[in-house]
Write a protein of this length. Structure first.
Length: 100
């Protein structure tokens, strides 16, 4: 089980890393900048904290096989949808393809 200090540390690290990546993208004028990267990183950290905590509590109680990586797979699918939304096509010009 995670302690509150571990949860706060993970959230702060996710916020810091997402902010750094987002700031770099924002300063170079690329799509999916600071806010997007920050929100995606914090959401993924929260999903993994919830997954790990839920799995650690339920694993010893039941004989049901639980798979904590399903939440991570769902997060990756959501990030894929965000990437697809960044691609813009105007006439013959396509922008944001390398972001996705």
């Amino acid at each position: 089980m995670l302690t509150p200090d571990e949860v706060i540390l993970r959230l702060l690290l996710g916020t810091l890393l997402g902010g750094i990546i987002g700031f770099e993208r924002q300063t170079h004028g690329r799509p999916a900048g600071f806010r997007t990267q920050l929100l995606v990183c914090v959401a993924c950290v929260l999903l993994m904290i919830i997954s790990e905590d839920y799995y650690s509590q339920r694993a010893a109680e039941t004989y049901i096989r639980l798979d904590p990586t399903r939440i991570a797979a769902g997060a990756m699918t959501g990030i894929g949808f965000l990437g697809a939304g960044v691609i813009l096509k105007t006439g013959l010009s396509v922008q944001g393809l390398t972001t996705a």
